[in-house]
Design a binder for this molecule. Structure first.
Ligand SMILES: N[C@@H](CCC[C@H](N)C(=O)O)C(=O)O
Length: 259
């Protein structure tokens, strides 16, 4: 069977996206998804996204990590899926779509996609790290040597170690630049490598930096290896609400796959 695919990237976090509105793509084909994401034997991507019809919302987003398994929310992938829905004519400049963690709203503003993230009610603060779930689980740790850090080995040790163990976590290393800017490098679970950017990761970093009082600002710029993202939010008695992740989402190329 042949199907067209599209390649998108959002600050260097890259995705194969498939229009699955006809349900032609087998959803549990882990081996195929893994091989499509392979950078030497396939197209190459950090993850694969299916855009599907939904009876109530503009579309349904299904996200798989590069290991071929469906996972939790992908913020950069969500922004790319919105840009793809616009490209297909499924939406104009606004979207309401369903993902694994619930309903998301989004706006397209020129080359940028602004995506609303789920409210965050639980932020666990430990001596040298913060843990929170922004749709995906994130360990956030400040470091002084971000540029030279071996993110892959340090990230993997945390991802597979206690207290995360079996389920694992994504790991974000952070360096403060100013009260409104933080540099971030992320080790992603399911890619099992450093990615150039992680949307749920930078969202977690912005909230964590506010929670541990590294900033009082509620609009934060995050410098990733693949570019700049912005996270804004409102702090309430219940935690963090009105959380928006904004940044570029770009179509890179398209092609055909046969399986
Ligand atoms: N790159 C994503 C996060 C994708 C999910 C993550 N790898 C996991 O399985 O937890 C993002 O932009 O949020």
């Amino acid at each position: 069977m042949t199907n067209s695919f599209y390649k998108y990237q959002g600050t260097g976090n890259d995705f194969v996206i498939i229009d699955n509105r006809t349900n032609s793509f087998g959803k549990n084909n882990t081996k195929l998804i893994k091989s499509l994401c392979d950078r030497r034997f396939g197209i190459g991507a950090d993850g694969l996204i299916l855009l599907e019809n939904h009876p109530e919302y503009d579309f349904n987003m299904v996200y798989y990590n590069a290991n071929g398994y469906e996972s939790t929310m992908c913020g950069n992938g969500g922004r790319c899926a919105v840009a793809f829905a616009n490209f297909l004519g499924v939406i104009k400049n606004k979207a309401t779509f369903l993902a694994v963690d619930g309903v998301h709203k989004a706006h397209i503003e020129g080359t940028h996609v602004k995506l609303q993230m789920q409210d965050v009610t639980a932020v666990t603060i430990q001596d040298n790290f913060v843990f929170l779930d922004t749709g995906s689980p994130h360990h956030v740790q400040m470091v002084s040597n971000l540029e030279d850090l071996d993110v892959v080995s340090k990230g993997a040790a945390i991802r597979y170690g206690a207290p995360y163990n079996e389920t694992g976590t994504n790991v974000n290393f952070v360096k403060k630049i100013t009260d409104t800017r933080f540099a971030v490098r992320t080790y992603e679970r399911g890619v099992e490598n450093e990615t150039l950017s992680c949307g749920t990761g930078v969202t977690a970093v912005a909230l964590a930096m506010h929670a541990i009082k590294e900033t009082n600002n509620t609009i934060i710029t995050l410098e990733t290896q693949g570019g700049r993202l912005e996270v804004s939010f409102t702090k309430t008695a219940l935690g963090y609400q009105n959380i928006w992740l904004t940044g570029p989402a770009t179509q890179v190329f398209k092609g055909n796959i046969t399986w």
